[in-house]
Write a protein that binds this ligand. Structure first.
Ligand code: ZN
Length: 301
C-alpha cells in the first residue's frame, strides 16, 4: 500500500536534479563503437544526485548482455535493448535520468546468470523478467491458460500514476510479470476517450460495467466520474486480487460489485453503460453482442 506522502516523494524522486548531464548515444551504431564503451561501469557518468542518463544505463546493460552472449557482438541500442519498464511511472514525466532501483527489464533471451549480473552490477536495475513484449500475459480468453513473464531476479511490483480530466490522479499497482504491457500513457488516453464519450452522450450515471476490468482503471474512473454502482468483472483471479488493492489505494470503499467470470457468462442486465477494453487483437464480436443485451450504452475502447 502506498500513502499520498510516499507518492509525492516518488514523483519528486524521478525528476532530474538540475545538475544531471544529458548524454545521448547513437542508437543505430554498434554499442562497441561508442568511444567510452570500455569505461561503462556503475560509476560512469553518474550525477551526484545518484541518477544517470537513460542512454548510459541502457549501454551499460547492453555491454553486460554482449559479454554474456545474450545479444550479438554488434548489438545496437535500437535493435537489441531489453524493454525498459519503470518501477514507478508518472505519466506527465518521461524520465531521461534514472534513479537507482528504478527499472524492470524484459527480454526473451535473458538467463539466470545475466539477470543476476544486471541486478548486481547496474544500480538502476531492480528486476529482470524473461519474456517477449509481444506475448499475451494474463488470460486471453475463456479457453486459454494464464500466462506469465518469468521473474529471474528482483521484485516486479510496478506503480503507475495517471492524470485524469477529473483533476484526480488514479494510481494502479501491478505485478509486471502477470500483466500484458500497457504503458500508463495508453491507459490515460483511454480514460480521455471515455471522458469525452460520457460528456457527449447523456448517459444515466447509475450503473456501469467494466467488462474486462484488469487492474480496474476504467471502473475506478467511472466511480470517480459519479456512477452510483460500478460492476467490475475479470475472468482472471489474479486481476481481481490486483483490483482489490487498487480500489483501496484509490479510496473507493463502496458503490461497486466484483465478479470473477467470463464476460459471456455474466448474468446482469438493464445497466446504463458497459465499457469493453479487450486484449489487443482479441475477437470481440461475441462480447459486443452480450454487452448490447446487457446495457443501454456500450463503448469499446
Ligand atoms: Zn542529478
Amino acid at each position: 500500500m502506498i500513502t499520498k506522502k510516499e507518492l509525492d516523494e516518488k514523483i519528486e524522486d524521478i525528476q532530474e536534479c538540475g545538475q544531471c548531464l544529458d548524454i545521448q548515444i547513437k542508437k543505430f551504431s554498434p554499442i562497441t563503437d561508442y568511444e567510452d564503451f570500455n569505461s561503462l561501469d556503475d560509476d560512469f557518468k553518474r550525477c551526484s544526485c545518484g541518477k544517470r542518463p537513460i542512454d548510459v544505463v541502457m549501454a551499460h546493460i547492453l555491454k553486460i548482455m554482449i559479454e554474456e552472449g545474450t545479444v550479438p557482438e554488434k548489438a545496437t541500442l535500437r535493435r537489441n535493448s531489453p524493454v525498459p519498464l519503470s518501477k514507478f511511472y508518472y505519466s506527465s514525466l518521461n524520465p531521461q535520468f534514472l534513479a537507482k532501483k528504478s527499472l524492470i527489464l524484459l527480454h526473451p533471451d535473458f538467463t539466470g546468470e545475466v539477470a543476476s549480473r544486471l541486478v548486481d552490477e547496474v544500480s538502476e536495475v531492480a528486476c529482470v523478467l524473461k519474456g517477449s513484449p509481444q506475448d499475451t500475459v494474463g488470460i486471453f480468453d475463456k479457453n486459454s491458460d494464464s500466462n506469465h513473464f518469468e521473474i529471474l531476479e528482483g521484485d516486479d511490483t510496478q506503480i503507475n500514476v495517471m492524470r485524469t480530466l477529473l483533476g484526480d490522479k488514479i494510481v494502479l499497482v501491478k505485478k509486471q510479470s502477470k500483466h500484458h504491457i500497457e504503458v500508463a500513457m495508453t491507459t490515460e488516453q483511454k480514460l480521455v476517450q471515455l471522458h469525452n464519450y460520457l460528456n457527449n452522450n447523456s448517459i444515466n450515471a447509475e450503473t456501469a460495467v467494466d467488462a474486462m476490468c484488469g487492474l480496474g482503471a476504467i471502473g475506478i474512473y467511472l466511480s470517480k466520474y459519479g456512477f452510483e454502482k460500478v460492476i467490475f468483472n475479470d475472468i482472471n483471479p489474479e486481476m481481481i486480487d490486483a483490483l482489490k488493492v487498487n480500489l483501496e489505494i484509490n479510496d473507493i470503499s463502496d458503490g461497486y460489485e466484483i465478479y470473477n467470470e467470463s464476460f459471456e457468462d455474466l448474468k446482469i442486465d438493464g445497466v446504463d453503460l458497459c465499457v469493453i477494453d479487450a486484449f489487443p487483437g482479441a475477437d470481440i464480436s461475441k462480447i459486443k453482442e452480450k454487452a448490447d443485451e446487457m446495457a443501454h450504452n456500450v463503448i469499446v475502447i
